[in-house]
Design a protein around this ligand. Structure first.
Ligand code: TUI
Length: 318
């Protein structure tokens, strides 16, 4: 059984997080991942606090195992959600798209494990000093809002810079990716794209099909022009946004076109106006499976891979 400092820290079976994907990471998906031995995570995203509270309560009704809430710090609802996770005694909080510094003391006092996403070594160091229990080092291969550095470059540098466990994210979807992350110094991994295609994922069937059909070069980054780079699958909508960016359409026009586009992708499968966020690893996701099977198979194959890869790959040592 593959155990790390992270499984010990959180009391989970396997060192696998399911990413907090807007509109996708709901109670049923998070509970299924936690039941499977990983850490399921509810995405607060831009949702009103009462909607997130309901998801927390539903998840508790579906599993006794630990789960987390991801707080998207750019949301106007972030302060209310930050208090709600204390009131509802959520076990783990992850954060994205900002610096959660001002909330950490309160979360720690409530016994919550705090695990921010960091796109740089500097933020990782700051988070450790502020009391974070671990950090998620997310590379630019990931879907959604991204930083500049690749997982390959970011994870070992963050692992060297901090003494708390590092979770690697971005570009991981199989035993080789998990093994590589461990080699780079991570104590665990976070996966998003593969869970879009979980049976329990509420993503529209057309969204799941787009991921299943994607090849290596099918994602693109929009929003670099307005400072909020987002990786998603190429479609008519991303082409339109990129054209607006090239034409210098301005921050507001682009924001207006983008507002609501995540919901339109997940709930409606709307190819005209939807942003289908996805990581570069989409090309490796080939089937729809129950979340617990994704977690269990990934762990079993990683153990096997770590034990046998030198021999199987014809690598000789010494
Ligand atoms: O947050 C994500 N992925 C996301 S959030 C999202 S919703 C959104 N929509 C439009 C614009 C922005 C977000 C969709 N996908 N991943 C974690 C992540 N966090 N990636 C990058 C960051 C990050 C960036 C800057 C974390 C901290 C940070 O700090 C800046 C600072 O204030 O120091």
């Amino acid at each position: 059984m593959l155990k790390t400092k992270l499984t010990e820290l959180l009391g989970i079976e396997y060192p696998i997080f399911q990413g907090g994907m807007s509109w996708i990471a709901d109670a049923k998906l998070a509970a299924a991942v936690s039941e499977g031995g990983g850490l399921g995570i509810i995405a607060a995203s831009n949702a009103p606090v009462e909607v997130v509270r309901e998801m927390v309560r539903e998840t508790k009704s579906l599993t006794d195992k630990p789960f987390g809430v991801n707080i998207m710090l750019m949301s106007d609802n972030a302060p209310a959600v930050a208090q709600m996770v204390i009131d509802e005694q959520v076990a783990v909080v992850t954060t994205g798209a900002g610096n959660p510094g001002k909330y950490i003391e309160g979360w720690k006092a409530a016994g919550i494990k705090v695990i921010p996403v960091v796109p740089t070594v500097a933020l990782a160091r700051r988070m450790e000093r502020a009391g974070a229990d671990a950090v998620i080092a997310e590379g630019t291969e990931a879907g959604g809002h991204i930083g500049e550095l690749t997982t390959m470059a970011l994870v070992p540098q963050v692992a060297d810079a901090v003494n708390i466990p590092v979770i690697a994210a971005g570009g991981i979807a199989d035993a080789r990716g998990v093994s590589a992350a461990l080699m780079l110094g991570a104590e665990g991994v976070q996966l998003g794209t593969i869970f879009i295609c979980a049976q329990e994922s509420p993503a529209h069937p057309d969204y799941k099909q787009l991921v299943l059909d994607a090849k290596d070069t099918d994602t693109v980054v929009t929003g670099r022009a307005n400072g909020h780079p987002v990786r998603s699958l190429k479609n008519k909508f991303t082409r339109r946004i990129l054209e607006m960016e090239k034409a210098d359409a301005g921050f507001e026009a682009i924001e207006n076109a983008t507002v609501g586009s995540y919901r339109k992708a997940v709930q409606d499968g709307n190819m005209e106006e939807g942003t289908f966020m996805s990581g570069q690893i989409a090309g490796m996701v080939k089937e729809i499976q129950p979340a617990a099977k994704i977690v269990g198979d990934l762990m079993a194959s990683t153990e096997e891979y770590l034990k046998t890869f030198t021999e199987k790959r014809g690598i000789t040592l010494g």
